[in-house]
Ligand binder design. Sequence first.
Ligand SMILES: NC(=O)c1ccc[n+]([C@@H]2O[C@H](COP(=O)([O-])OP(=O)(O)OC[C@H]3O[C@@H](n4cnc5c(N)ncnc54)[C@H](O)[C@@H]3O)[C@@H](O)[C@H]2O)c1
Length: 415
Amino acid sequence: MCEDAPFVAGKIADAKLASSGRLSFEWAQARMAIVEKIRAKNERGLPLAGLRIGFCLHITKETSVLVMAAKTLGADVAICAANPLSAQDDIAAFLYEKGVDVYAWRGETKSEYEQCIKQVISFKPAIVTDDGGDLHVAAHRARAKSIVGGTEETTSGVKRLAVMEKQGRLMYPVIAVNNARTKYLFDNRHGTGQSTLDGILRATDVFLPGKRVIVCGYGWVGKGVASRARGMGAIVTVTEVDPVRALEAKMDGFEVTALSDASAYGDIFVTCTGQTGVIRKEHFAKMKDGAILANAGHFDVEIDADYLYNASRPAKVRPNVERFSISGKKLFLLSEGRVVNLVAAEGHPPEVMALSFANQLLSILHVAKNHYKMEPRVHAVPEKIDNDVARYALGAMGVRIDSITKEQRRYRDSS
Ligand SMILES: NC(=O)c1ccc[n+]([C@@H]2O[C@H](COP(=O)([O-])OP(=O)(O)OC[C@H]3O[C@@H](n4cnc5c(N)ncnc54)[C@H](O)[C@@H]3O)[C@@H](O)[C@H]2O)c1
């Protein structure tokens, strides 16, 4: 792709892939009943009519369900990818065919990635929905006046917005979708747990039983990855910097130690911290011949890939696997250190993204209706939305729950 060519209402890899993208969209749509239910419930009033929404999300089949729902509710949409390597080109082509301004293809350079974000800002969106904060940050740099509010999908993005709020720089209200219980308890934990193992297995075809897996970080993502790896027969060690989370991992039955110790015996390392420079030169130096390195955190900063690329010429062993020679040993880096579940696999399955994107859709509707009375700060997802999403999900699964009795309510509310 030519880096500086002007983009006209969209730029994708190959429009001919649209029919394959449509089939994947339909596959996901059939498994995302909650999003469909919200769409159907709101369709009549066209609550997003005439509203411009700019999305910066991983372009997956699940994302196409959210985008098409927003379009059906009346929105005009532009979208770019939330990672240079995560876009699925057939989905991009499908959305483009449906009249969405898509600026995304798999394998964007850094400058193309930034250019695509700028295109979404030039679309003059009123609402921006981001995953990781790159669109929010770029919109602030551009002092984008069209934006009245937004939403944010992931932990790392919410962290950046919280810093901007603290510094008094946040220009519009943003709903932290990541922090809804019906988001992080399921998407971050179960979704990333399953899809990260899926990415590692698709990339490497490694046999997990008996392997030593080192999970760095025991937050929601780390908990999911650790439990899925253990469930597949791996011996799991957790590394942490937070003493409470380390204790939690220990009492959940995992080995817990410092990464400097675990470096010497790990077969597979997975970073899940949202921090920078977690696995570094001193750790690589201690690793066993054949160690595999994968990242599940949002940004490609957790494993010091720059050190690997500078220290050794990489050999491409198979798709998404590069081999480096470090201190006389072979180390294998997956997906260039970028989110392994989205680069080497397809991201989370539709059933779990239905929860996240139900929160997104309801939060977008909330911002559209209420932005004028919302302060420019990071807002929680309204509790009603969180509970409604759980109720829709239970309903879709045919699960019944109890309600508290009058007596229980009185007891709860008495001192
Ligand atoms: N791949 C995906 O699909 C996906 C999905 C959801 C979230 N994420 C991303 O994953 C990352 C983690 O998200 P989360 O919700 O689990 O966050 P979290 O804040 O719940 O957990 C992060 C944990 O990492 C620990 N940590 C920080 N620095 C560390 C270090 N140097 N060594 C060991 N542990 C360290 C923290 O103490 C914390 O317990 C974020 O970047 C988030 O945006 C990715």
